[in-house]
Design a protein around this ligand. Structure first.
Ligand SMILES: NC(=O)c1ccc[n+]([C@@H]2O[C@H](COP(=O)([O-])OP(=O)(O)OC[C@H]3O[C@@H](n4cnc5c(N)ncnc54)[C@H](O)[C@@H]3O)[C@@H](O)[C@H]2O)c1
Length: 273
């Protein structure tokens, strides 16, 4: 490995959590966790390219985070399409001329028992949650390897990639298990280029889709599903989107310069049980 791609221990900045001068590309930026993570990266100094299937929402989020000296650009992207993912990196190049950090939160899934699951439901979940991660990884590498300055890729996994949830989460869990393997493989493949790859595995995190699930009578009386979920989390509460920010900032920058191939649970102890 050349000296240019080897990351120095803890980086060169006095504050290893400072992301000033770094450009972060965030996929699935407009979701319940993505918007909060994007704001956190921005607060720590990163310039942002925010990509989401919902292009107007991506542009709106970017406008809200573009208070000088912070800069953010919002673009539409469908992670099921290779060209669409590549275009985001071209947009990043046009706006900022480089990419240092890639965060993937793109997600779509339908809860359904495996025994009843049509191929189309399985395929859509896999295509967004795992296929998207693969396309993002490939496109990121094709930009970041030639750049020669290392970088950090952060994939949002889940506790479902490690433990069975047992509530129609089969396809999602298969995708996240595969994603954990992708994280390990790409971490090893790209280590010689100084590109680190890690994951974050949240437990149930309070977002609008989760709140909607709690209100769905299919999942029991009001409060029943939420109480059951919290009972499995030793810290005694659901995660909040803000809980993901510290982990993401840590993995994005020099603070984690010796961490790669790791999936960090942000789960209140769920996986420790
Ligand atoms: N919220 C939770 O309880 C929870 C728990 C564990 C893991 N996670 C993981 O965290 C990540 C973010 O979850 P979230 O709760 O913010 O989800 P969300 O549904 O709120 O957001 C997902 C975002 O992905 C976008 N998206 C969907 N399909 C896309 C596509 N084809 N191309 C591009 N973008 C697309 C959506 O528009 C949305 O903005 C996901 O990887 C999820 O698996 C979430």
């Amino acid at each position: 490995m050349s000296e240019t791609t080897r990351q120095s221990p803890g980086g060169t900045s006095p504050n290893p959590f400072d992301l000033s001068g770094k450009v972060a590309v965030v996929f699935g930026a407009c979701g319940g966790i993505g918007g909060t993570v994007a704001a956190g990266l921005s607060e720590h100094g990163a310039s942002l390219v925010l990509a989401d299937l919902e292009a107007p929402a991506a542009r709106e989020l970017a406008a809200s985070l573009s208070t000088p000296p912070r800069q953010a650009v919002g673009v539409g992207c469908d992670v099921r399409m290779a060209d669409s993912v590549v275009q985001v990196f071209k947009d990043a190049d046009a706006a900022f001329g480089r990419v240092d950090v890639v965060v993937n939160l793109a997600f779509a899934s339908v809860l359904m028992p495996v025994a009843e699951m049509p191929d189309a439901v399985f395929q859509r979940t896999l295509d967004v949650c795992l296929g998207g991660a693969f396309r993002i990884s490939r496109a990121a590498a094709q930009v970041m390897i030639p750049q020669g300055s290392g970088g950090s890729v952060i994939q949002f996994s889940s506790i479902a990639g490690f433990a069975a949830m047992g509530r129609g989460t089969g396809a999602y869990a298969m995708a996240k298990g595969g994603l954990n393997a992708l994280i390990r493989e790409t971490a090893v493949e790209w280590a010689s280029h100084g590109i680190r790859v890690n994951g974050i595995a949240p437990c149930q995190t309070r977002t609008a889709p989760l709140e909607a699930l709690f209100k769905n009578p299919k999942h029991g009386a009001p409060g029943e599903l939420e109480t059951a979920m919290i009972a499995r989390i030793p810290l005694g509460r659901l995660a909040e989107p803000q809980d993901m920010v510290g982990a993401c900032v840590f993995l994005a920058g020099d603070a984690s310069s010796m961490v790669t191939g790791h999936v960090l649970p942000v789960d209140g102890g769920f996986l420790a049980k």
